[in-house]
Design a protein around this ligand. Structure first.
Ligand code: HEC
Length: 128
């Protein structure tokens, strides 16, 4: 009985460590969406990565001081609006709620792409 208890507790500990090591982070989920041509209700032909392979062209988009975003033919004050523009016009998908988890995940991925250059100040909330 004692051995069984030890075994069960050990198994739970291993499961927890596995989740910590392999559970997808927001940026990882965002990257998967970014690379998926069927994300955002798109037709399956074009993903974000088709034009921005590995986040190409978005190196400055996740920087905390950036306050305007340029897409073909338009300038946006919010990163989320620029993303939705590309979703509709480039991926041929449907705009997503700026407050949805999918949007947070894509934004997290774009911030990760930019992070090498700038760290945001502590407590700064990018979602506002
Ligand atoms: C058909 C090609 C294409 C696809 C697909 C595409 N984009 Fe873009 N995107 C562009 C171009 C071109 C620009 C404008 C770049 C410029 O003029 O500097 C741009 C600009 C942007 C910007 C603003 C960059 C900035 O900081 O000013 C963001 C953010 C962005 N795209 C995100 C995305 C995301 C997320 C996706 C997938 C949902 C996506 N794009 C799909 C071509 C594309």
């Amino acid at each position: 009985m004692k051995h069984l208890k030890t075994a069960v507790i050990s198994l739970m500990a291993v499961a927890l460590m596995f989740t910590a090591a392999y559970g997808a982070t927001s940026a990882e989920r965002g990257k998967a969406l970014f690379n998926d041509p069927k994300a955002f209700g798109a037709t399956g032909e074009t993903s974000c990565a088709t034009c921005h392979p590995n986040g190409k062209g978005l190196e400055a988009s996740g920087k905390w001081l950036k306050r305007s975003f340029v897409t073909p033919g338009a300038v946006w004050l919010k990163l989320q609006d620029a993303i939705n523009f590309c979703i509709i016009m480039a991926n041929k998908g449907k705009a997503i709620d700026p407050r949805s988890q999918d949007m947070k995940d894509v934004v997290s991925y774009i911030r990760q792409v930019s992070r090498e250059n700038t760290e945001p100040p502590a407590g700064y909330d990018f979602n506002e």
